[in-house]
Design a protein around this ligand. Sequence first.
Ligand code: NAG
Ligand code: NAG
Ligand code: NAG
Length: 420
Amino acid sequence: MRLSLLFLLCFLFLASISVSASFGKARHVQQASHAQQQQDEEDQQNPYYFPSHLFQTYYTNELGYIRVLPRFDRYNSLLSELDNYRILDFQSIPETFFVPHHSNAHYLYIVLTGKAIFTVVTSGGRVSYSLGPADGLTVTAGSTVHVANIDSDEDLKVFQVARTADYSPKELQFFFPGGYQSPQSYYYGFSKLNLVSSFNASYEEIQTTLLGQKKNQGVIVKTTQEQISQLTQNATSGPFNLLNYLLPVSNENGKIWEVRPSELPQLRTAGVSSVGCAELKPGSIILPHANSENTVIYVVEGNGTFEMASPESIAGQVESLTAEITVGDVYVIPSFHPVALRASNNGYLRFVSVGIYDENSLMNFLAGANENLLKQFDNVAKELTFSGSAEQVDALLEKQTQSNIVSSLSHQQEREEKKD
Ligand SMILES: *[C@@H]1O[C@H](CO)[C@@H](O)[C@H](O)[C@H]1NC(C)=O
Ligand SMILES: *[C@@H]1O[C@H](CO)[C@@H](O)[C@H](O)[C@H]1NC(C)=O
Ligand SMILES: *[C@@H]1O[C@H](CO)[C@@H](O)[C@H](O)[C@H]1NC(C)=O
């Protein structure tokens, strides 16, 4: 028993080495400085908070980068259920092309800024989609994909959730048809004999045509206007836009958009039970609530504070886990944990969110005028549960007249003070 655990640990360790080494020359994992380590230890105090600096640069050049957040279970064994999900962010400057590649994962892509053409190629054909902000696309593992930033001034930013295919390693593996070095074409994996026979051509011709070195080399390369107009020609509009799915909990303090597989069945392939985005006005709070699905949050703009109640190992005790979140950070709200999120008073907080995995997600608010779980308690339960009488509890629950998303009192005070 002990031996097999040791073996498993060794295996996980080796697997972790293989991902950092998988990109040959392009590998660029940041060295942790002393200050960084201290920061890491502080962050570890909340094992559901994954600040932006934990992302590892998978590839970078002067045109853009792709970053991958290490597996959640590396930081928190309670998140082992999510160990085949990976969060990526990709950014590229105007008029660039992320060369064709396939991987062992299903993808959900959400465009955050910019304009892109995503092309999905299989041996059966190819489809191109034109995607703008809040547009999403899902892609089945094994499909070859290329992505162009077609805008002439704006950077393209894409949030991605990858789910490694069943019975495939949990580490992401990428394969490129073209390239001499970084990326290196998968055709380099074959002998001369096999290549010559496969293409029915001389090895020299294969070398110069497919496998040679060229000026414009890399995973992200520059395009011309002419190439962009050709790529754009046959593209259809994105399969879905998050902003078409406003949730009824939205109000003057904030808006939440969310779509589920019942409306978009392709989300099942990506292994997500919801995808959405939100914007909170400065100082707004999403009231304490508990959700039956794990929710991954990625901050797009602004700052905020998470507060979460987590059960301690001592029965009945609660640990308060908090995190100050900012752009590029990831926070995983584990299923069923009561949580509240407050936008800072200084600006809008915008984020994308992905649910994993409960198609019939049940969201219970724990405060507020409507949809408040406490208001459903009968009087006996109120009296036996809380310190006040049922009447006192009812009187307390009547005080909040807003629901779901409210303006924080500190923010209201701040505004009052400014008026004075
Ligand atoms: C290979 O190419 C030659 C011409 O160079 C052609 O005659 C032959 O039919 C081709 N064989 C296959 C299997 O395509
Ligand atoms: C666009 O479609 C036309 C007609 O089907 C085709 O001739 C052309 O090659 C396509 N262009 C691209 C860039 O796929
Ligand atoms: C968010 O916090 C960062 C530092 O953590 C700060 O530089 C930035 O100005 C803040 N933005 C807003 C909108 O408050």
